[in-house]
Write a protein that binds this ligand. Structure first.
Ligand code: NI
Ligand code: MN
Length: 230
């Protein structure tokens, strides 16, 4: 199973047969190196409605026919925008997609989408996912603060956790380290940092702390880079 970081919270998961996109914010993403027109997922997972997560979802879904999996209200809103295959579910529920499943977890954050006229749309609440795909269990935290129920998610035998470390809008490096002590994943890939000025962080410093204080390995990627989990 190959994980590609597309920058910010955008990831691609690939099992050699199926492709899953997570929060594909590429157009307008100052660190992204990937042209969204080159992506051909069967499935798009959306954690919440903020523009830096919905990103290119609508255009990619319309072009490819990909199924978009999101919380109920966000999926309905995407349907209103012309996305024909939006599947709404909710926290605790598991949705199957080609090659795997995604279980919705809670996330402590907010959720709204700013339209071009400045108004806010897309009701609903944020989520994370425990994704089972390519023989691996991947926790995509989405945007969240630290929360104690990560202990429950840690019982899922996680191979990989995709964790925000940027601070300001999400947990920062200190709380991400505390999250790792509850999640106990084999590997963490940090995200949601160094995209915008308020979320500047040093991922190598984070890596050194995590690897000295926990049994988890940290893989620091550059936008566009991949890591293969065998
Ligand atoms: Ni957000
Ligand atoms: Mn965000």
């Amino acid at each position: 199973m190959k994980v590609t970081w597309l920058g910010h919270s955008a990831f691609q998961l690939d099992d050699g047969e199926h492709t899953v996109l997570l929060d594909p914010f590429l157009t307008g993403n100052p660190v992204a190196t990937t042209d969204p027109a080159t992506l051909n997922p069967q499935t798009i997972l959306l954690t919440h409605a903020h523009n830096d997560h919905v990103g290119d979802t609508i255009a990619i879904a319309k072009r490819t026919g990909a199924t978009v999996i999101a919380t109920h209200e966000l999926a309905n809103w995407l349907g209103d925008q012309g996305v024909t295959n939006a599947v709404g579910a909710n926290h605790g529920g598991t949705v199957a997609f080609p090659g795997g499943t995604a279980k919705f977890t809670i996330a402590w954050h907010t959720s709204s989408y700013r339209l071009n006229d400045g108004s806010l749309a897309a009701p609903g609440v944020p989520a994370g996912f425990v994704i089972r795909f390519g023989g691996k269990a991947v926790y995509a935290a989405g945007d969240t603060a630290l929360f104690l129920d990560m202990q429950l998610i840690g019982e899922e035998q996680l191979d990989v956790a995709l964790l925000p470390i940027g601070d300001h809008y999400t947990m920062g490096p200190n709380d991400a380290l505390r999250a790792i002590t509850m999640l106990r994943p084999g590997t963490v890939i940090p995200c949601h940092f160094n995209t915008f000025p308020p979320i500047q962080q040093d991922p190598e410093q984070f890596q050194a702390r995590v690897e000295s204080e926990t049994a988890t390995r940290v893989v620091v990627l550059e936008p566009g880079d991949s890591h293969e989990f065998s």
